[in-house]
Design a protein around this ligand. Structure first.
Ligand code: SF4
Ligand code: SF4
Length: 380
């Protein structure tokens, strides 16, 4: 049945048109993040950096705008993805084109999206199953037979989607996407706390605050970003797995020296999370190398095998780009490799990174200092 309250838009990740509530309105440039799962140590420094900046108030106790869950069993809120995947039905890809239905296309007749409200208790225990690998007998299910022994961390924030489900669902039109950078925000003065966005967001990154009776979500640290600094979760990351920048919205104009464009549009090593939901999320992941491809295909769509192959044996330019992660706080606009050195520049075109690609000088002190007749090791 054709619905007259929906319009056709082009979803680049699905490589086809799909139904959405509004006409396509891509911003001038799109804030985007790349997370290299291979480097994450699960320390939760990002989580606490975000919590201590934005969600330490009354009514926000349960909120983790940034969370890191251990897949495949971990999830915050509990079972957020498993529930929706089960509701969505078959999700095949046909030569890179999504052949299943999105959350908009499979919406019940009188709804704008397919989704569910999270029960209060499901927001509890945000890191249940932390560091839990497959291969254990869990609740009577022998997961080892199915998956082998592995787990990986999944770093999650709001995806500042190109087609946000939260925005489509809001009856108050309180949610908007900024034209200057694609950040998705909730206008607190318009929000009446109906929680449609909470039900609609497939990633469950819009959250209700009983204290203010409004919904809230990650704001991409816009006060920092507007000054040319990356968000708190990115800069605080101990594993140096995160990079934030801007994706050129028209891939035909993508710049191979813009690190985000380079990883997403050119090398295609960074992939979106659950693209089949249909919101065109703008957080991209370098998939973990040790996880079964079948599972990763469900998480990141087509292209996982190629992405892992490139990440495992990177070209010099790809290695140079990966070296820029976590090296300083300014948003990077371009990077280059010159005479074996990685150089990167901020919005003022100032050089903010200058480091060796490989073969950084390495100094090793002799274990025995003959001059002082002593050992240079810590002895008990
Ligand atoms: S991740 Fe959810 S809350 Fe964030 S923009 Fe997308 S739909 Fe909205
Ligand atoms: S701070 Fe970085 S390394 Fe630590 S959990 Fe967060 S994303 Fe992973």
């Amino acid at each position: 049945m054709v619905r007259d309250d929906l319009t056709k838009v082009y979803n680049r990740q699905l490589r086809r048109e799909m139904d959405y509530s509004y006409d396509s309105a891509r911003p001038k440039r799109q804030i985007a993040y790349i997370f290299d799962i291979n480097r994450c140590i699960g320390c939760q420094t990002c989580t606490i950096a975000c919590k201590s900046t934005w969600t330490f108030g009354k009514g926000q106790e349960y909120m983790w705008w940034n969370n890191v869950e251990s897949k495949p069993f971990g999830s915050y809120p509990q079972h957020w993805d498993i529930k929706l995947l089960a509701m969505l039905g078959p999700q095949q890809w046909d030569k890179g084109v999504y052949a299943g239905k999105t959350i908009f296309e499979s919406a019940p007749e009188d709804e704008k999206y397919l989704g569910f409200r999270v029960k209060e208790q499901e927001w509890r225990f945000p890191n249940m199953y932390e560091d839990t690998a497959t291969g254990h007998d869990m609740q009577g299910v022998d997961a080892a037979k199915k998956h082998g022994v592995w787990f990986h961390y999944l770093q999650r924030i709001c995806n500042h989607c190109t087609y946000p489900a939260c925005l489509a669902a809001c009856p108050r039109k309180a949610i908007y996407k900024r034209d200057e950078d694609g950040i998705v925000l909730i206008d607190q003065s318009r929000c009446r706390g109906y929680r449609e966005c909470v039900g609609a967001c497939p990633y469950k990154k819009s959250m209700y605050r009983p204290e203010s009776r409004t919904s809230e979500k990650c704001i991409a640290c816009f006060p920092r970003v507007e000054k040319g600094e990356m968000p708190r979760c990115v800069v605080a990351c101990v594993g140096k797995i995160r990079l934030q920048g801007y994706l050129t919205t028209d891939p035909r104009r993508a710049d191979p020296n813009n690190p985000i464009d380079y990883l997403v549009h050119f090398e295609k090593v960074a992939l979106p999370l659950y693209p089949q939901f249909g919101t065109e999320p703008n957080v991209y992941y370098l998939p973990p190398r040790w996880v079964p491809l079948e599972y990763l295909g469900q998480l990141f769509g087509p292209g996982v095998e190629e992405a892992i192959a490139k990440r495992t044996d990177p070209s010099d330019k790809l290695f140079a780009c990966l070296r820029c992660f976590g090296m300083q706080r300014d948003v990077l606009y371009r990077f280059e490799l010159q005479n074996g050195r990685v150089l990167a520049y901020n919005d003022k075109d100032e050089k903010v990174i200058d480091l060796a690609l490989k073969d950084e000088p390495f100094y090793e002190r002799p274990m025995v200092d003959k001059e002082r007749n002593t050992l240079r090791i810590n002895e008990p």
